[in-house]
Ligand binder design. Structure first.
Ligand SMILES: Cc1cc2nc3c(=O)[nH]c(=O)nc-3n(C[C@H](O)[C@H](O)[C@H](O)COP(=O)(O)OP(=O)(O)OC[C@H]3O[C@@H](n4cnc5c(N)ncnc54)[C@H](O)[C@@H]3O)c2cc1C
Length: 405
């Protein structure tokens, strides 16, 4: 990979800036924002602002950059998308709410949906008309997602769904959900799962927010009781949902892995303000952090490029996510070290109104756990790259019904 920007990439960066400066104000780099939507003063207004910005981008051809042209995208590489995101992060624009829609459901529908699904979902997703959430994890099915027990039974032209999901980000504001449910209990666990698109306003769905350590409530418990979903909302083959979910998860990991972040300069600034920028230990850690940023940036570009070309789940996605996790851990520890005792303060009493504690120190776990923990990513690298044996077990051959629970 050539790390220098080509003339084509530099021209693209200039176009990004032109679009952004025509539609938004440049952000003052010294201001730090807590971007968790439920910590916004008015969440509803925040969600609306996110929808409006998404529509502005879509109408001007700046949404879904890596999506194929035929589905409203621009067919660009992950590198180009990375350039746009990097530029966008310098502007005061409400981003968020669409990671699941654009980053996960879009690629899933493109890969597995029927023409009707593509018609119903892709354009509205790009224009910010549909907020999506991901109804995958359950109380006893997180890392071992294929152990999920939410059940869907066919009844005429509908499936009837009962079960419970947990950690569902944005479910409380979502229009649609990507739902995994078990449709066959008599086959090994990966082979009896189906992927559904569910309208979150369907009767029988109850969403209960979960309060996090940061004070926000980004994610939820979702209870499903006799929820009726039309057969037409099955994405991919019945009982073939695991393969469909792999597209969703790979896209999610590629997105997290490509998160370049723009926080390094802020950490240097913090060190200067706390008078420790000349401390040799802090300087060494800053150098390590900078290296981590660069590693995760370029590995992320590779992961995103692979995903945008429709390449099957590749270990580079897991490597990229591990790189981001390590960087976030390093950064969380370093900002606390720099702030010293002030790092224990909270809210308005804390430096920069608690930005570092909320977004960097506590916030690190969002990306380190969400989308599959770093331990799980290491297992994937171990098995698929290093060729190490799988964990022993009979769960890939025994009917799900007969496994101990
Ligand atoms: C901010 C955030 C947002 C999220 N949003 C969503 C969402 O929108 N939708 C959704 O469906 N889910 C979501 N999740 C859930 C997330 O996918 C799960 O939390 C994650 O997959 C881990 O599952 P778990 O919490 O059940 O932990 P467990 O699977 O119980 O893991 C507990 C610990 O054991 C380790 N472990 C487990 N299995 C292994 C193994 N085989 N080898 C080595 N170590 C192992 C894990 O690494 C972890 O440290 C979100 C999570 C977070 C933190």
């Amino acid at each position: 990979m050539d790390f220098d920007e080509t003339p084509e990439e530099a021209a693209f960066r200039a176009q990004c800036r032109e679009f952004l400066s025509a539609h938004a104000e440049r952000r003052d780099p010294s201001t730090r924002r807590i971007t968790m939507s439920t910590m916004a003063a008015d969440e509803e207004a925040h969600v609306k602002a996110c929808r409006d910005w998404q529509r502005t981008k879509a109408d001007a051809g700046w949404a879904g950059l890596t999506w194929p042209v035929e589905y409203g995208g621009r067919g660009l590489s992950g590198l180009m998308q990375g350039i746009f995101l990097e530029e966008e992060s310098h502007y005061d624009v409400p981003v968020g709410m669409f990671a699941q829609a654009i980053g996960m459901m879009g690629p899933t529908v493109i890969a597995h949906g029927t023409d009707e699904h593509k018609q119903r979902f892709l354009r509205p997703i790009l224009r910010g008309e549909q907020v999506w959430c991901q109804l995958f994890s359950e109380p006893n099915a997180g890392s071992d997602l294929a152990s999920l027990r939410t059940r869907a039974e066919r009844d005429g032209d509908e499936y009837v769904v009962d079960g419970q999901k947990v950690w569902t980000s944005s479910a409380h504001v979502a229009d649609w959900g990507m739902l995994l449910a078990r449709t066959d209990w008599d086959v090994p666990k990966h082979r009896g799962i189906t992927f559904f698109a569910v309208d979150m306003r369907t009767p029988g769905i109850e969403v209960r927010p979960l309060r996090q350590a940061t004070g926000g409530a980004e994610f939820n418990e979702v209870f499903l009781e006799q929820v009726r979903i039309p057969v037409a909302n099955v994405i991919g083959p019945v009982n073939g949902g695991w393969g469909v979910a792999m597209t969703t998860l790979t896209s999610e990991r590629a997105d997290i892995g490509a998160a370049h972040g723009s926080g390094f300069d802020g950490v240097v600034d913090l060190a200067r303000r706390f008078g420790v920028a000349d401390d040799p230990v802090v300087r060494q850690k800053l150098a390590q952090l900078f290296t981590s940023y660069e590693i995760s940036r370029f590995t992320g570009y590779r992961a995103r490029t692979a995903a945008s070309r429709g390449v099957a789940p590749g270990p580079e996605v897991s490597v990229a996510k591990i790189a981001v996790s390590e960087r976030l851990a390093r950064q969380g520890d370093l900002v606390e070290q720099i702030m010293g005792a002030a790092g224990t303060l909270w809210g308005d009493d804390a430096p920069d109104e608690g930005y570092w504690q909320t977004m960097v120190f506590l916030g690190q776990w969002m990306s380190r756990i969400g989308g599959g923990t770093e331990d799980v990513q290491r297992n994937i690298v171990g098995e698929r790259v290093l060729g190490l044996p799988r964990e022993p077990g009979n769960d890939r051959t025994t009917p799900f019904r007969d496994l101990p629970h």
